[in-house]
Design a protein around this ligand. Structure first.
Ligand SMILES: [Zn+2]
Length: 500
């Protein structure tokens, strides 16, 4: 007879049902796994055999063939151990054969038969919920699986407990309420002293979904400002929070609580391509770009980033997804991010003592050309703190007050553009919301070579957001002037031909 159990593989963020079959026959005693790759299969066989015997199961001295199907789905990691053990138990008659018909199981087995948690639970649990039936997994994974409603989750400490439940000797334990450490607080905008221009640019970026470049000398607070952008953004809705939770789950950072704060990720410029875009040897993992999904990717010291990395950002920024080629399949991870970049204005860092020649500055900023230059909408200058800033009573406005205006402006834009933000507005539709005089200002700038055609549309998008923050139906001239002022950093670089 053949013992059967159901489990789930995860490819990218996609869950694929996998059937495990176990058959005992004549031949050299031992476990042989087929349908999984070489070394991993051998290790899984050893873990399952040892865990069964640690759980007090007398495995007959026969040749057990364990098959994982479909064979062409990559099956990496130890998440199939539990289902393999269950299939063997069903084959032996140690558990009723029909006990596993409807249920699925996911978990790694330790040699002492403890059931261990594995990554990728959230997408797996969602797939199991669609098919009905219970999901057996490690206690530490149970809370995360329970995020999926309409699913009967059974947490396990050991393999022995699984046997007890399936033979009817034990009852499943009620799930303990999850009590994870609280999420770290989001940095508060009121902590920032001075910087009225950069604060306003941050508000516009938040309201319109615009990519932002902060230009200023080292130590003036660029990364402090960037870290405060999530506090100005609306909380993630159910759909977006679950998308992010699935990415975190597959990355091995699953949580039993849904986090609604937009993520903020700040990889160093020396980050490997695999860590940024996803991939890596063995189990493919989402990278920083996907961990920033529906939130902020902060690229500090932008001009230090390798050119090939910046070039490779083009497609994910365009598509909102990143594709990672694997030996057996191409996996896709979501990557809809808002970029915040920071850079020194020149190689020496800028400031009063700067003696960099135009030539040197030109070379330095020309690194900004290409995919990023076309996407950055705002480039405010961040200034070193003055004595007045330091002696001032308080920082500026608190995040909550700014976030309220941002939420209002976003709602107006979403209504107008059918769900999109101003940063994604179509040029023709955008122009129809502007006063002729406002368009004239930009057209004149194009005519004298201060602005390119592309720059025209990007400036108009920013002006649209200024108008929305102002509660204005039309883009007026003063909105265009404000947008233009916040793009001056880009023009300074553009004067050298790199960017307009
Ligand atoms: Zn300099």
């Amino acid at each position: 007879m053949v013992g059967r159990a159901s489990t789930v593989a995860v490819v990218g963020l996609e869950a694929v049902p996998v059937t495990v079959e176990a058959h005992a026959g004549n031949g050299l005693p031992g476990f042989h796994v087929i349908g999984s790759s070489g070394v991993a299969a051998g290790q899984a066989a050893e873990r399952v055999r040892t865990a069964l015997s640690a759980a007090g199961v007398q495995v007959p001295s026969r040749k057990f063939l364990i098959s994982l199907a479909p064979a062409d789905v990559p099956k990496i990691g130890a998440r199939f151990d539990l289902a393999m053990a269950a299939a063997v138990l069903a084959e032996m008659g140690a558990i009723p054969a029909d006990a596993l018909d409807a249920d699925a199981m996911i978990g790694e087995l330790a040699l002492d038969s403890t059931v261990r948690p594995v990554p990728g639970i959230l997408p797996s649990a969602a797939a199991v919920a669609q098919n009905g039936g219970r999901l057996f997994l490690a206690d530490a994974n149970a809370g995360e699986a329970a995020l999926v409603g309409d699913l009967d989750v059974v947490g396990l400490a050991t393999l022995r407990e699984l046997i007890g439940i399936l033979t009817g000797e034990e009852q499943p334990r009620p799930l303990c309420a999850a009590n994870p450490p609280p999420f770290p607080p989001v940095p508060e905008l009121a902590d920032v002293r001075g910087q009225p221009e950069a604060r306003r640019a941050l508000e516009i970026a938040a309201a319109g979904g615009h990519h932002l470049l902060l230009l200023g000398p080292p130590g003036c607070g660029k990364s402090m400002l960037a870290k405060r952008l999530p506090s100005l953004l609306p909380q993630l809705n159910d759909e977006h929070a679950l998308e992010l939770a699935a990415v975190r789950s597959v990355a091995g950072a699953g949580s039993p609580v849904l986090d609604r704060t937009p993520p903020f990720r700040a990889p160093h410029h020396s980050v490997s391509a695999a860590a940024l875009f996803g991939g890596g040897s063995g189990v493919a993992r989402p990278g920083e770009l996907s961990l920033a999904h529906r939130g902020i990717l902060f690229m500090d010291e932008l001009f230090e980033w390798p050119r090939f990395v910046v070039e490779a950002l083009r497609q994910p920024l365009e598509d909102g997804v990143v594709r990672v080629a694997r030996s057996r399949a191409t996996v896709t991870y979501p990557a809809r991010v808002q970029l915040v970049c920071a850079a020194n204005p020149c190689p020496c860092g800028g400031g009063d003592r700067c003696a960099c020649s135009d030539e040197v500055i030109w070379q330095y900023r020309s690194r900004l050309s290409g995919p990023l230059a076309d996407r950055l909408d705002l480039a405010p200058s961040v200034h070193p703190l003055t004595a007045a800033d330091l002696l001032g009573e308080q920082g500026g406005e608190a995040s909550a007050a700014v976030a309220a205006r941002v939420t209002q402006a976003r709602a107006v834009a979403a209504e107008r553009w059918r769900g999109r933000a101003n940063a994604e507005a179509r040029p023709a539709e955008l122009r129809r919301t502007a006063r002729p005089a406002a368009l004239r200002i930009l057209a004149d700038a194009v005519e004298v070579g201060e602005l390119t055609g592309r720059g025209y549309d990007r400036a108009l998008r920013v002006a649209r957001t200024c108008a929305d923050l102002d509660g204005s139906t039309h883009i007026e001239s003063h909105h265009v002037y404000e947008a233009h002022a916040h793009r001056m950093g880009l023009r300074a670089a553009g004067a050298a031909g790199a960017l307009r």
